[in-house]
Ligand binder design. Structure first.
Ligand code: GRF
Length: 220
C-alpha cells in the first residue's frame, strides 16, 4: 500500500480515475491528501465526496516558488505521503520538492514525450501533422517534462481532429495509464536505470503496430 499526495489545479478527472481504481481494488494505494493551488476547483469537490482530506495553498501568497514548495513539502510530510502525483497541477516544481521526494514525484503529460513538452499541446499536435499522439506518465526531474518515462499510451490522430477532440481521446488513456503507473510503483516493479524506467517482472507488450492512414491496399 502506497500513500499518495495528489496535487491538482483544475477539474481533477485524473484524480477521479485514481480514486475509482483504488476503490475498485485495482490500485493498492491510499490518497492521504489532495492539495490544490487554486481554491474552489472541482478536484476539491471530488476529494470531499470521497472523504479525502484536502488543502488549498494559494501560490500567490508566497514570495518565491521555493517557499511555496517548502510549504507543500510540509503538508505532504505531515500526511505521511510517499509518492507525489501531479494531476493537472499547473505549477513548475522546484528542487525543494524534488529533493524531499527524489524519483517519487510523478506527472502525466498529454503527448508522447519527449515530443510536445509544455502546456496546451493538443492543437500543436494536430497542426504538426503527426498521425499518432498519446500520453506519458514520467517521474519528474528538474527539467520541464524531461524526467524518466514510466508508461505511454498511443492514440491515432484523425484528419478532422481539433485540439479538443484529440484532448478527449488522449484523456481516456490518461485515466488508465496513471493508475497503472501508480500500481507498478506500489508493486515495486519500477527500476530506474539512468534515464530509463524498467518495469521489472512485467511481460512485454505484444509486437503489434498501427498504421495511419491504414495501409489496407498492402494487406495480403
Ligand atoms: C490533463 O490533460 C493532463 O495531461 C494535464 O492536465 C490535464 C489534467 O486534467 N497534465 P484533469 O484535471 O485531471 O482533468
Amino acid at each position: 500500500m502506497v500513500n499518495l499526495g495528489i496535487l491538482v489545479s483544475g477539474s481533477g478527472s485524473n484524480l477521479q480515475a485514481i480514486i475509482d481504481n483504488i476503490e475498485a481494488g485495482r490500485v493498492d494505494a491510499k490518497i492521504k491528501v489532495v492539495v490544490s493551488n487554486v481554491p474552489d476547483v472541482y478536484a476539491l469537490e471530488r476529494a470531499r465526496k470521497h472523504n479525502i482530506p484536502s488543502v488549498v495553498i494559494c501560490h500567490k501568497e508566497f514570495k518565491t516558488r521555493e517557499e511555496f514548495d517548502q510549504r507543500l513539502v510540509e503538508i505532504l510530510k505531515a500526511h505521511e505521503v510517499e509518492l507525489v502525483v501531479l494531476a493537472g497541477f499547473m505549477r513548475i516544481i522546484t528542487p525543494v520538492l524534488l529533493r524531499s521526494f527524489p524519483m517519487r514525484v510523478m506527472n502525466i503529460h498529454p503527448a508522447l514525450l519527449p515530443a510536445f513538452p509544455g502546456t496546451h499541446v493538443w492543437q500543436t499536435e494536430v497542426d504538426s501533422g503527426v498521425k499518432f499522439a498519446g500520453c506519458t506518465v514520467h517521474f519528474v526531474d528538474e527539467g520541464t517534462d524531461t524526467g524518466p518515462i514510466i508508461i505511454q499510451a498511443v492514440v491515432p490522430v484523425y484528419e478532422d481532429d481539433t485540439g479538443d477532440t484529440l484532448n478527449a481521446r488522449i484523456l481516456k488513456q490518461e485515466h488508465k495509464i496513471y493508475s497503472q503507473a501508480i500500481q507498478l510503483y506500489a508493486e515495486g516493479h519500477l527500476e530506474i536505470q539512468g534515464h530509463r524506467v524498467l518495469a521489472k517482472g512485467i511481460p512485454k507488450v505484444p509486437d503489434a503496430f498501427m498504421i495511419n492512414p491504414p495501409a489496407g491496399i498492402f494487406d495480403p
